[in-house]
Design a protein around this ligand. Structure first.
Ligand code: GBH
Length: 456
């Protein structure tokens, strides 16, 4: 099973999940510092204060990537390192870290894929309303410009946002993520302002000469319980309507505006029932519809729903009245997420049909399992099986015509898994948090072989 010659193999991380060094070199506070330091928000009271200490150990981490012969490394820039208060003059010492990291990657022949926003909003902006405030979109575009000014001579691959659905609906909807607000109307406004920030930043980066622009979404095929194990199962009318609505809320809410310059009716209806649509100004959709090259897809599991007459909307899903979120009949990871590899091919084929204007990249895929270190090895057979199963589906999607450019494992390192803290391990490299020792898991050795032969 060989992949196209230009296929990009890599791994991904995010700033707050790995860097630590939260008070160093003038870094300001982010909403995740505030949130993780507030008791009750993160399992075991874990915080990103130290994390993988990547801020100090990035050279060793790039050496590991080099050993695996990664072609690409997707990381994010911490906005509060660059602009401690989210606006105004840049902090050169904060930017200097990413400057060193980029040089180290290039010396190792690894392409840096820079994500500008992976959830660590400067707290000072949250104090002025965060993403519910339209002004944050403009602040984001200024910040994006500042990072490009410093790294754009060496970085060609830029992502504006990681998973705006999660920022908006877990951050401002159900409050499971920072800033921990529970406000459905605010979540819908936030989603729009995130999109506006994406469009404004994409235009600035393009004008500054960025080679490739990407928006990364958490997307899933939306399936009825019967469709999980039988893709040809036909949904009844009520279930089919619910499937379409949830697909609009999860995926089309972001990709329709970005790629087509339109909102799905389901999103506007959800907003009409939750605070109104006044935050969508004339001309916004045209701004959001900035040309991009790629859509990044983070896939972990399908979204399983059926009709549930009379049910209220879930806090993370304004507009989901009458939807029952159901369990999938499938084995699960340590997160409790169902393992459905062919969900990935179903998703990629659909996205390539719905959004033929852009290429696709799998920017995250991976799984948490309860790894055991034994004699300096980690035999994570379940992770190898998960990754192999999903790569077969990536290959199948390419065969079915999807314009798929690459695959990035989530994650390079075990790291701070947001509200789950450090107990959930997604890495292909094990991290012993007591010593910061790194050990390549069996999955990393397996992935190195996949990369070497460009296939399975
Ligand atoms: C990604 O997000 C992140 O980009 C990454 O930072 C993170 O470490 C990684 O995945 C692993 O979690 O049932 O309504 O609550 C995770 C994507 C999307 C997965 C929302 C959980 C729950 C939806 N997440 N999903 S709901």
């Amino acid at each position: 099973m060989i992949f196209p010659e230009e296929f990009v193999w890599g791994a991904a991380t995010a700033s707050y999940q790995i860097e630590g060094a939260v008070k160093e070199d003038g870094r300001g506070q982010s909403i995740w510092d505030t949130f993780s330091h507030t008791p009750g928000n993160v399992v075991d009271g874990d915080t990103g204060d130290v994390a993988c200490d990547h801020y100090h150990r990035y050279r060793e981490d790039v050496r590991l990537m080099r050993e695996l012969r990664l072609a690409a490394y997707r990381f994010s820039v911490a906005w509060p390192r660059v602009q401690p208060d989210g606006a105004g003059p840049v902090n050169p010492r904060g930017l200097a870290f990413y400057d060193r990291l980029v040089d180290e990657l290039l010396a190792a022949e690894i392409s840096p894929y820079v994500t500008l926003y992976h959830w660590d909003l400067p707290q000072a902006l949250e104090d002025r309303g965060g993403w519910t405030n339209r002004d944050t979109a403009y602040r984001f575009a200024d910040y994006a410009q500042a990072v490009h000014d410093r790294l754009g001579d060496r970085v060609g691959d830029w992502t504006t946002l990681n998973e705006p659905w999660v920022s908006a609906f877990l951050g401002y909807g159900n409050g499971v993520h920072a800033p921990g607000r529970r406000d459905p109307a605010g979540a819908l406004r936030s989603a729009h302002h995130l999109l506006l920030g994406h469009g404004l930043a994409a235009r600035r980066l393009r004008a500054s000469g960025a080679r490739s622009l990407m928006l990364v979404v958490n997307s899933s095929p939306v399936l009825t319980p019967a469709q999980v194990n039988d893709p040809s199962a036909v949904a009844g009318e009520a279930d089919a309507a619910v499937v379409d609505r949830v697909h609009a809320l999860l995926t089309r809410q972001f990709l329709d505006p970005a790629v087509h310059g339109t909102y799905p009716a389901e999103v506007l209806e959800a907003a009409a029932r939750n605070g109104g649509t006044d935050h969508v100004l004339d001309g916004d959709l045209a701004l959001i519809n900035a040309p991009i090259d790629l859509v990044g897809v983070n896939y972990y599991n399908p979204c399983v729903v059926e009709s549930g007459p009379g049910l209220p909307a879930d806090a993370a899903w304004p507009g989901s009245e009458g939807v029952r979120f159901a369990a999938a009949d499938a084995p699960t990871t340590a997160m409790g997420w169902p393992i459905v590899p062919d969900g990935l091919s179903r998703l990629l084929v659909r996205l390539s049909q719905d959004y033929p204007q852009v290429g696709l990249m799998v920017t995250e895929n991976g799984a948490a399992f309860d790894d055991v270190v034994e004699g300096g090895r980690v035999h994570d057979d379940e992770r190898v099986a998960y990754l192999e199963g999903h790569l077969r589906e990536v290959h199948r999607a390419i065969g079915a015509g999807a314009d798929l450019r690459g695959y990035l494992v989530w994650s390079l390192l075990d790291n701070f898994e947001w509200a789950e803290g450090y107990r959930r391990r997604f890495g292909i490299v094990h991290v012993d948090y007591a010593t910061q020792a790194r050990v390549l898991k069996d999955s990393a050795l397996w992935y190195r072989d996949v990369i070497a032969r460009n296939g399975l």
